[in-house]
Write a protein that binds this ligand. Sequence first.
Ligand SMILES: [Zn+2]
Ligand SMILES: [Zn+2]
Length: 234
Amino acid sequence: MPLRCDLHLHSCLSPCGDEQMTPANIAGFAKLAGLELISLTDHNAADNLPAIQRACDAYGLRLLPGIEMNTAEEIHLLCYLPTVDAALALSAEIRRRLPPVPCEERIFGAQVVMDEEDRELGRVQPLLVSGCSMGLEEAAARCRALGGVPVPAHIDRESYSVLSVLGVMPELPPFEAVELHDPKKLEELVGSGRIAPGYELLTGSDAHYLEQIAACPHLLGEDSVLWPLICGRG
Ligand SMILES: [Zn+2]
Ligand SMILES: [Zn+2]
């Protein structure tokens, strides 16, 4: 049976994520919205994944660990990982590759790390929305080396997307799936030759506020490239 999911969510760790996007709130809202699986994909970081894993366990939801990496080219790349530990390992690598620009909270918002009961554990210092020094090829390779699946994010958007930066979908690194903000744009993008046919199409809400969760639920089936990462999760 396909799983009803939201594969693109930001918590209060992302500076642009609303402060109400706490791990327990996200899991609770996702459950109320009828989702069976969620992926938390904060910008360049996995610090809230241990808490959201415990919150998901409490609500009987499956979690697919994720990070939305911002590459050196300023392309957003969704990295889906098989375990929270793998995501934390990638997060640590990215942290070493971020420019030493502090997060000015009055301008960008806070980057809050929480436990599963929404108690603040600390704040991350470097600005997480910066581009890290990994280019697209290295970023995809690091994700795969940890057993993950890299997926270019919101390729139909005018900024921070592989198409807005490179113009066309590159042949390398090879990707099996792409995320579209508006799935109806796929036909146009293939027709114009900007992407080749045959990619698995993923959608996600890219929610930064609670009410955006499950705005466009995705049905994830056994034929998905992401399925091997989630089978066995209860
Ligand atoms: Zn993005
Ligand atoms: Zn996002």
